[in-house]
Design a protein around this ligand. Structure first.
Ligand SMILES: Nc1nc2c(c(=O)[nH]1)N[C@H]1C(S)=C(S)[C@@H](COP(=O)(O)OP(=O)(O)OC[C@H]3O[C@@H](n4cnc5c(=O)[nH]c(N)nc54)[C@H](O)[C@@H]3O)O[C@H]1N2
Ligand SMILES: Nc1nc2c(c(=O)[nH]1)N[C@H]1C(S)=C(S)[C@@H](COP(=O)(O)OP(=O)(O)OC[C@H]3O[C@@H](n4cnc5c(=O)[nH]c(N)nc54)[C@H](O)[C@@H]3O)O[C@H]1N2
Ligand code: SF4
Ligand SMILES: [Mo]
Length: 692
């Protein structure tokens, strides 16, 4: 007789980590769906989440630990047992630490709710250098929030369900997906919420919008300054909120005086009347307005300032802290509950300073995850001290950072490079040792907490046994800890870890059986007032922390434009792939198997191109061939391609050779980063396009 089972778990196909329910029969996955008990998810899942099943059966993923033989990147591997692999890793780390100290180990992951164990491990090694991917993603948004509010971006939530007007600027919510956000926005739109999309091309979100503003690439900051000008000049802002909560409004008012809608029209291409009408509409719906501050905003020299203006506009509309706007996210303590006990508390904090300079040389920037690209610089320069071992933990910087050839050079001085991953990646291929992580449907994770209107604890449970010789996160970290003498993390079972984490919370492991998550509050809690963490307790337009480091809080607009005959390189995501690591997934590859080059129909025709022709795209000496997609729905100054294609690993037969890699067209890009917001500047790159 068939034995069926249902397991509550968490999707792992992208960083959003939606709660899921997995049905299995005789140990085989039958069906994966969104957790039906979770409001806003209601059983839904995106295409990538549903394709987790194909990952299980993929015989082109990592299947067993492997040690490199021959030179880095040559692709010669010796399969080894887990004991040998962990002994090898521990030995290499130990010898590096003996010679150069614990601080010589750099570790990066993808951040998120399960990082506590990683951070604890890095501490246990005696290193301050735990990092994440975020300097290639949302660091500018994080620092924009910190500089204005004194807290980071995740201290606020997006109350999409109750919003009356949502603005997406460099944010493609219906393709760069978070299932709950998509569902909440669709529900709000059914109740009359308006959607404005500001983008350099008509993406799927634009097709659903009430207003679509096609903006000249690189000029978003100009638009936002003009919106602030209009809100202040025409008294469209929330004066009561501003007088209570915004400091230095007069300075802002003087600063935006020259940035009129008419000025912005010439810079952005958006008519002045349209800008004024837009600002009026926002004011009508305030404070139930969400102008999304952006997510992947590692794009321009002024992206940090662009994100700051978005937060300022939200504040001028009274939306920061408001229902239907960006209310404060609650932590367990805010609903009178105790949160999970931290694994990092088991290990002393290393006294050393970070190799990337955050927290000391770069005192204005968040030293939590630091800035990974500066950690890479430290490997090359051995300044401020040698960094000799690097662990890329479910992270692929050779695809996620610009200019991979240059990055490989920077890594040349590493004594040891290790990857932990569930698929092959460019970084895994270049490593000395590869440890295969079980895919999320085959592994448990530590417990985690999601802050929000009603914070909750959740669990990832193993739905099926590992098909290949792969392991869970905790098995790898605890296995290494045992060998390295980090006794506090030498747990023998996941239950032991869960029980430690739950100690004092009033929740037991069995409590997760019913629904997979435990809400900590009684329901959504809107705090009556925002709790800014700045010295004044208000939104500070002028940030002392940034100014004292020579970074102006208000920076004059200075847009950049492509040289004659070139296009600005822009990029983004589609709904069916996560970054580059799903291109080789058999189900998702069927949906979108290569990227094309969006180019304005007029610009294409001027080169004699027709839709579907092959073109050569080159940037700074690097290039590739791909199909052109001629369309009126992109700004003429830009070309656009999906990120994550152009794979070259022979082990990925489907993805191999399909399309072009955007990050390879960004030569010299590792040195282009924003001193104000800390993020990479990935769209200040220009390319030429020619028929071939
Ligand atoms: N399907 C899917 N969903 C994902 C992910 C994924 O890989 N796949 N990744 C997750 C992650 S890690 C992130 S960070 C988020 C990213 O979420 P988003 O930041 O929303 O995603 P992107 O597709 O990078 O970019 C959004 C839009 O910015 C536009 N854009 C480019 N340049 C400009 C510009 O100069 N001005 C304006 N106004 N618009 C511009 C692009 O055309 C695109 O439509 O998505 C998350 N969700
Ligand atoms: N040129 C260019 N560069 C970009 C971007 C861009 O659009 N263009 N996007 C940027 C953004 S928004 C981000 S967030 C970074 C992302 O950069 P990465 O974090 O490197 O991207 P992922 O593909 O999410 O990488 C995760 C790696 O970990 C492995 N992995 C192991 N276990 C898991 C798991 O449980 N879940 C998942 N999801 N992966 C696992 C995957 O197989 C993959 O190789 O790249 C950034 N870099
Ligand atoms: S958005 Fe899609 S891929 Fe990402 S966690 Fe949710 S279901 Fe999985
Ligand atoms: Mo991201």
């Amino acid at each position: 007789m068939a034995s069926t089972d249902s397991t509550f778990s968490v999707c792992g196909m992208c960083t959003v980590r939606c709660p899921i329910e997995v049905e299995t029969e005789n140990g085989e996955i039958q069906f994966v769906r969104g957790n039906p008990h979770m409001g806003g998810i209601n059983g839904a899942l995106c295409a990538r989440g549903a394709a987790g099943k194909a990952l299980i059966n993929d015989n082109e993923r990592l299947q067993r630990p492997m040690i490199r033989v021959g030179d880095r990147g040559q692709g010669n591997w010796k399969p080894v047992s887990w004991d040998d692999a962990l002994d090898h890793a521990a030995g290499r780390l130990e010898s590096t630490i003996d010679t150069h100290g614990g601080r010589s180990v750099l570790f990066s992951d993808r951040g998120g709710p399960f990082r506590d164990l990683h951070q604890a491990f890095v501490r246990g090694l005696g290193s301050p250098n735990w990092s994440n991917h975020d300097s290639s993603c949302a660091r500018n948004v994080q620092h924009a929030a910190l500089s204005l509010f004194g807290f980071g971006r995740k201290a606020l939530c997006y109350d999409l369900k109750n919003a009356r007007h949502v603005v997406l600027q460099t944010r493609n919510i219906f393709e760069a997906i978070n299932v709950k956000e998509v569902n909440d926005l669709m529900a709000a739109m059914e109740k009359g919420c308006k959607l404005t999309v500001v983008d350099i091309r008509a993406n799927v979100s634009a097709t659903k919008a009430h207003r679509f503003l096609m903006i000249r690439p690189g000029s978003d900051y100009a638009l936002n300054l003009a919106v602030i000008h209009t809100l202040l000049n025409r008294n469209l802002y929330d004066a009561a909120y501003a007088s209570k909560w915004i400091k230095d409004l007069d300075v802002l008012d003087r600063f935006v005086k020259p940035y009129t809608p008419e000025w912005a029209e010439t810079e952005t291409g958006i008519p002045a009347v349209e800008i004024v009408r837009f600002a009026r509409d926002l004011a009508k719906d305030a404070p139930a307005v969400i102008w999304h501050p952006g997510w992947m905003n590692a794009r321009y020299n002024d992206s940090f300032y662009m994100s700051r203006t978005i937060y300022i506009i939200n504040a001028l509309l009274g939306a920061i802290g408001a229902r239907g706007g960006l209310p404060m996210a609650n932590k367990p303590g805010d609903v009178d509950r105790k949160g999970l006990k931290k694994l990092t508390d088991l290990v002393p904090t290393p006294k050393e300073k970070r190799a990337d300079g955050t927290g000391w040389q770069l005192g204005h920037l968040d030293s939590g995850p630091g800035l990974l690209h500066l950690g890479f610089d430290a490997i090359e320069t051995e300044t401020p001290y040698p960094v000799k071992a690097y662990i890329a933990y479910r992270h692929d910087p050779l695809m996620g950072y610009p200019d991979p050839d240059r990055l490989r050079q920077k890594w040349a001085g590493l004594d040891f490079l290790m990857s932990v991953s569930f698929t092959w990646s460019d970084t895994a291929w270049f490593s000395d040792l590869v440890l295969p992580l079980s895919p999320y449907l085959e592994r448990e994770s530590i417990l985690a907490c999601k802050n929000g209107l009603n914070p909750y604890l959740f669990t990832r449970r193993r739905a099926v046994a590992p098909r290949y010789d792969t392991r869970s996160d905790w098995e790898i970290i605890c296995g290494l800890s045992k060998r390295l003498g980090i006794d506090a993390l030498a747990f023998d079972s996941i239950e032991e870890i869960w029980n430690y984490q739950l100690d004092g919370t009033g929740v037991s492991v069995a409590d997760f059986d019913a629904r997979g998550f435990i809400p900590l509050g009684k329901g959504p809690l809107y705090r009556p007032e925002p709790a800014f963490k700045t010295p004044s307790g208000k939104v500070e337009i002028i940030s002392e922390r940034w100014e004292s480091r020579g970074i102006p809080s208000l920076k004059p607009y200075a847009g950049t434009h492509p040289p004659e005959g070139q296009f600005r390189l822009t990029f983004g995501r589609c709904g069916v792939h996560t970054q580059g690591h799903t291109v080789n997934n058999s189900l998702l590859f069927e949906q979108v198997s290569e990227n094309t080059l969006w180019i304005h129909a007029g610009a294409g025709a001027a080169m004699g191109l027709s839709d579907g022709d092959m073109v050569e795209v080159s940037g700074n000496g690097s290039g590739g061939r791909m199909q052109a997609k001629l369309t009126d729905l992109i700004h003429p100054e830009a070309v656009f391609m999906l990120h994550g294609f152009g794979h070259r690993l022979p082990v990925e037969s489907r993805a191999f050779g399909k399309g072009v890699a955007d990050h390879e067209l960004m030569c010299g890009g590792l040195d282009k980063w924003d001193r104000g917001g800390g993020a990479m500047v990935m769209q200040e790159h220009y390319v030429t396009v020619s028929p071939c």
